[in-house]
Design a protein around this ligand. Structure first.
Ligand SMILES: [Zn+2]
Length: 290
């Protein structure tokens, strides 16, 4: 093949790849701790990744305080490696920001970290916790992402990172808090086919799911020591029944009969800030919906 023909073929391939990539949906999720995004959205993330879309998980703190016999730099390092391993297992990018665990505040500095991450990812969808939660880090992660929801399009804010020309859709993870208002499942996705993958991702967060969370719940002695057995235990722990409002949403999106059979789901509520999608938009943004 002549050089000019080779160049033309290569150039055409690059253009085609970029063209295809422009069709891809770009999702960024913010959790307060390494494992939060996984708990709320690993199944949905695995589905996006399997369809060739791009997903990034961001932990806003480094997780350096949530443990009973480890902490500081050592724990932060462990959590970063666990998050990276989870990302590998899911097929998503995982970034851990270096803010202290248990001390997160909705400051301008952290807001700017979030604005830059959303812009750099060129996000179509942004996921975050609602700002009502038992844990202050979860609460403030919700506030921080809400505070970024308009600023991502304002050029004079963080001028070192080009603003987005279209505001993403912001959605909240599911939670069980009732005040000031309960979670509203605008979208609910069956994750039955990727539930083992979600467990595989959570299994990477050893210091969380097999150590800290069982310890803080006073159930550490229930965790099996054998790696295969403890993974089975984790799957049983995470197989929680679907509540009536999420069930209704699953049935709305995938049909009454099919929806009645679903065992595991992840649900999301559309935030009032950012782009406001209609049902057709939601089907495009969540292409795994049947
Ligand atoms: Zn957390």
């Amino acid at each position: 093949m002549g050089r000019s023909l080779l160049f033309a073929v290569t150039f055409a391939a690059i253009v085609q790849a970029q063209g295809n990539d422009a069709q891809k949906i770009r999702v960024i999720a913010f959790g307060a701790h390494p494992d939060d995004c996984d708990i709320r959205a690993a199944g949905t993330a695995a589905k996006f990744a399997a369809l060739g879309h791009h997903v990034k998980f961001v932990s806003v703190t480094n997780g350096d305080a949530g443990h009973h016999n480890d902490g500081g730099i050592h724990l932060a390092h462990r959590r970063r490696l666990e998050a990276e391993e989870s990302g590998r297992r899911l097929g998503v990018t995982y970034e851990v920001l270096d803010n202290h665990d248990g001390e997160l505040l909705p400051t301008l500095e952290v807001r700017q970290q979030i604005i830059r991450r959303i812009r750099q990812w060129n996000a179509d969808i942004v996921l975050a916790p609602r700002p009502n939660d038992y844990h202050p880090d979860h609460r403030y992660t919700g506030v921080l992402v809400q505070d970024a929801a308009y600023m991502v399009v304002v050029p004079d804010i963080c001028p070192d990172t080009p603003p987005l020309r279209k505001n993403p859709v912001f959605v909240y993870f599911e939670d069980g808090f009732q005040r000031p208002q309960p979670f509203r499942p605008d979208v609910a996705i069956s994750i039955d086919d990727v539930f083992p993958k979600k467990i595989d991702a959570l299994d990477a967060h050893v210091s969380q799911v097999y150590e800290w969370l069982p310890w803080v719940d006073g159930r550490l002695e229930k965790v099996p020591t054998d790696p295969a057995e403890r993974k089975q235990w984790l799957a049983a722990e995470r197989a929680r029944p679907i509540g009536p409002t999420v069930r209704a949403s699953v049935q709305k999106w995938c049909g009454r009969e099919k929806g009645a059979q679903v065992k595991h789901a992840e649900a999301f509520e559309v935030c009032e800030y950012g782009r406001q999608p209609n049902e057709q938009d939601l089907r495009k943004l969540f292409p795994m919906l049947p």
